[in-house]
Structures are given as C-alpha cells and as structure tokens.
Design a protein around this ligand. Structure first.
Ligand code: FES
Length: 281
C-alpha cells in the first residue's frame, strides 16, 4: 500500500512539512508518538515524530530537517507522490491530563513534536506556557501554531534576530523564578539543549520530561540503537519512550552515542549528493 503525500512545503531552510494520507495512523495517533516511513522498497526506515494529525481527514503531518541521505531524498518528493511505508503510531503517548501550569520548551526542529502536546495539554485544561527557539528567526518553526495552541508564547534566538537574545532555557528559568507554580516542564530539542534545560530546571520542585526521539533508528525495539540509560537502567527509547524523566537520563552517554554514527551518516549523505549531481537520482 502506498501513502500519498497531500502537501509538502519548506517551512524554514532545509526544514520541510509533509502532510500524508494515512487514515489508520491518524485515527489512533496521540501526542508524543512517532511513525516509521520508507520512501521506497529499498529505502532506509526512518522514525519521525508526529507533528499533527486530523482524524476526520485521515491525515498525519511530519516535519523533518534535511540531515542524512534519507531526509535529503524525502525533501525532493512533492505533493502527489507516494511513500512505500508509513507505519504507526508507535511509542508511548505523552501522559497528558489536567495538571495545572505546564512549560513546553522547544528548540529547532524539536518544536514540531511539541506542537501536538501544546494542543493536547490545552485541551486537557492546563495553562500552557510555551517557549520556542532557534539559532535565528529564519529557522524558527510553527510560531503561529504554537501561539494559538498556548496560553502564552515566548521566543528566543541565539543571534537575537527575534525575541529574547539567548537560549530558551533562560526564559524557562525566569518563569520558574517568577513564583508561578509550575507542575511540569517538557523539553524537546537537540540533546545538548535538553541536558542544559534539565540542569537548569532540576533545583526546582517540578517534573521535567525530555523526548529522546532523535536517537531512534529502526523504531521497533529490534536494532538496539536507541538504548539509553535512565535511572541506571537500560531503556529503549522507541518502546519505553520517547519521553523520560530528565533528571534520570544519562545525557553524556546519549551524546557520545549520537556522535558514534556521525561519520557513517556524513559518508552516506555525501555519496547520495554526489549521485544526485551525476543524475542518478
Ligand atoms: S530504534 Fe531500534 S530498538 Fe529502538
């Protein structure tokens, strides 16, 4: 069965939004879950977090950044074309219920998985304060959507081109210092940002969750590529996560592991680009 791409647009440099016709996935999808796709029969399986879904229309939205070979290949597809596989929803849904005030912190492409969470937390009756950031204003995604889905929205950019000149975690700290009783902080972004964010929030009496979706490989519990140490125990991100208690995650091990595959990823991406230049794709 092929899955038709209904919409496709570049929402920031090298960041793409794709709406896929996948009624079965849309019907069962919940915030925090992911899908596995394959472009064609010989394609690599890649996990992508669900950025939005509409049960009535039967559509699922994913947002991805061109990083390795497969995401570069995916970026070349247009509306009207199809994907070989689009399997899901996978992973444990976020534990969303009425808790009180929640801070959602998203960096870069990490804002994509945060968006359905903002919607669901708000629908569950929480006060949602969202803080989103990127290296610069052009790389900021889903600003309007996040504003609509949240009670308050703050923006930070590393270069100061929009919002606070600095990090999302600076704003998160200010909110935690403001005296407002915050029950939970959810941080999704690059591992270093989640590590720093977890460190900043740790002294406060607040639950801290991070989503480790970026380390998944096949997403099925079979390859072992997503093993993380949480509270001294080995956990599989794709089956046990992707959300974990940030205070218990061994971020150093996580970052070392991500660096381990970087060489192969760069070689595969360069080979693919070379083949594209030679007209092979
Ligand atoms: S991604 Fe392969 S086991 Fe989890």
């Amino acid at each position: 069965m092929a899955y038709r791409i209904l919409e496709k647009e570049e929402i920031a440099p090298s960041v793409h939004r794709m709406v896929v016709d996948a009624p079965d996935v849309a019907k069962a999808a919940k915030a925090g879950q992911f899908i596995i796709l394959r472009i064609n029969e010989l394609g690599e399986r890649i996990p992508l977090t669900i950025a939005d879904f509409e049960k009535e229309k039967g559509t699922v939205t994913v947002i991805f950044q061109e990083m390795g070979k497969t995401t570069k290949q995916l970026a070349k597809l247009s509306a009207g074309e199809s994907l070989e596989d689009f399997v899901g929803p996978l992973g444990t849904p976020s534990d969303i219920r009425k808790l009180g005030t929640i801070i959602l912190v998203g960096g870069g492409i990490g804002v994509a998985p945060l968006y359905p969470q903002a919607i669901s937390y708000t629908e569950a009756g929480n006060r949602v304060i969202s803080v989103i950031g990127a290296r610069n204003k052009d790389l900021l995604i889903l600003e309007d959507e996040m504003r609509k889905a949240s009670s308050e929205l703050y923006i930070a950019t590393d270069d100061g081109s929009k919002g606070h000149h600095g990090f999302v975690t600076d704003i998160m700290k200010k909110i935690l210092d403001s005296g407002e009783k915050v029950v939970r902080v959810v941080i999704i972004g690059p591992p270093i940002m989640m590590k720093v964010g977890a460190g900043v929030a740790s002294p406060y009496d607040v639950e801290i969750l991070v989503s480790l979706n970026s380390i998944m490989v096949d997403g099925t519990g079979m390859c072992g590529g997503c093993r993380v140490t949480v509270g001294g125990k080995t956990r599989f991100t794709c089956v046990d996560g992707p959300e974990f208690d940030a205070r218990k995650v061994d971020f150093i091990e996580l970052m070392n592991k991500l660096a381990m595959y970087r060489g192969e990823e760069i070689i595969a991406a360069e080979k693919y680009e070379e083949e594209c230049r030679c007209g092979l794709h």
